[in-house]
Ligand binder design. Structure first.
Ligand code: FE2
Length: 165
């Protein structure tokens, strides 16, 4: 049975800042350099298997090809972001105000001709390749650890007891 919002009609529903609510001024979070050159991020939220990032790419950035095991969402506030479909040769881009959703297992090699600032929500691991050809897995926990080394996670109040050993 669906939960009813009957309190709305009786006037008993009151807005409240719960202990877990976080009102964050992202200007106070330092940028953390990503694992790849030209990419910086601020970790806005982290659940262990999903992270929400404010991301900034330098103009002309071209990332190494990689695969996302989970879905990815990207919203651009400025700049450009996209990639070429190697099967068709077609270029697919988003610009300021653009939104990209990718289902699990997507493989892409993004470019950002103008650079960009945007929000990215990443579920699960990213699989890529190191310079020597070996496979590299980067998960949300790696984003967290790297940001923590940069003193950029205090706003999350994340309970590290929830992390795997
Ligand atoms: Fe990606």
């Amino acid at each position: 049975m669906a939960q009813m919002l009957s309190d709305t009609y009786t006037g008993n529903l009151k807005a409240k800042k719960e202990a877990g609510n976080r009102f964050t001024d992202t200007n106070l979070i330092p940028w953390t350099a990503f694992f790849l050159n030209g990419v910086d991020y601020k970790l806005l939220d982290f659940t262990g298997d999903r992270c929400t990032l404010l991301v900034k790419l330098e103009k002309g950035t071209k990332l190494a090809i990689h695969q996302h095991l989970g879905p990815v969402e990207v919203y651009l506030m400025s700049g450009s972001f996209g990639y070429v479909d190697e099967a068709t040769g077609e270029s697919h881009m988003i610009y300021a105000g653009g939104y990209l959703y990718e289902p699990p297992s997507t493989v892409h090699q993004p470019v950002s001709p103008d650079g960009f600032t945007g929000i990215a929500v990443i579920h699960g691991d990213v699989l890529g390749f190191a310079a020597d050809g070996s496979q590299v897995n980067i998960g949300p926990i790696d984003y967290y650890r790297r940001a923590k080394e940069n003193n950029a996670v205090a706003h999350l109040n994340f309970d590290e007891a929830l992390l795997p050993a």
